[in-house]
Ligand binder design. Sequence first.
Ligand SMILES: Nc1ncnc2c1ncn2[C@@H]1O[C@H](COP(=O)(O)OP(=O)(O)O)[C@@H](O)[C@H]1O
Ligand SMILES: [Mg+2]
Length: 274
Amino acid sequence: MTESGGPPAGPHAGTGHDDATSPAVATPVGEPLVVLSGVDKHFGSLHVLQDINLTVGRGEVVVVLGPSGSGKSTLCRAINRLETIEGGTITIDGQPLPEEGKALAGLRADVGMVFQSFNLFAHKTVLENVTLGPVKVRRTNAAEARRRGMEILQRVGVDSQAEKYPAQLSGGQQQRVAIARALAMDPKVILFDEPTSALDPEMVNEVLDVMVSLARQGMTMVVVTHEMGFARKAANRVVFMADGQIVEEAPPETFFTAPRSARAQDFLSKILTH
Ligand SMILES: Nc1ncnc2c1ncn2[C@@H]1O[C@H](COP(=O)(O)OP(=O)(O)O)[C@@H](O)[C@H]1O
Ligand SMILES: [Mg+2]
């Protein structure tokens, strides 16, 4: 895949409607799928998200970069409504985020999330971790959920671990199970919050490889990561955050070679010297 070209058309490409009223701030790859408009949030006196405008197109891969404490995790959590917002709007596929109940469970299925700390159910097997959501939320029958679950575990390379418990797996394997669990819901978008930061270095690539292949298959992804190799290989766009604001956004090559803002230049000089 070229860095300037978009990923291949996803399964839903071309089936939606143009939404000329969406307040897109950058050119998305497909039609707008995730749209944040004027999003504001405080934690007490801390203005953690300040007038965030971000449109993620269907099939687009957006990497979010920025110093610790800049609001990256809060941004992801807001898209999944793990955090509420005080101002602005967030829509997924044109629908505002539901507030509670079944609709909220449905949203969390449509918007997968992969955390730094895996967050698997410790008392359930790998396969049960992957089938639970489809059975409970999507009402898939158990046999079908197991069949699909095995298929997805195979896709991320951990099908041979299906009957084990998370603690019996390496960190890299656990994170691939967490990705499989998100995929099993057939999500519209997957949010990744520093998915490789808790891994031993030798396990980082096995997880990034899965993510790169998802990107190439047209999955819409928002990825908080400092892995520049991943950004260069898979991202359509890099969004740089600092102090609760989106300071800069650009294609990865442009961002890494010619960052415009002093904040981004300073941030890159720090991560590049490691
Ligand atoms: N639940 C919370 N209550 C109060 N402050 C929080 C909470 N979650 C995050 N923060 C603060 O909000 C800021 C942004 O946090 P976060 O979104 O986790 O940043 P990042 O992921 O970029 O490191 C930090 O200063 C953090 O301490
Ligand atoms: Mg964070």
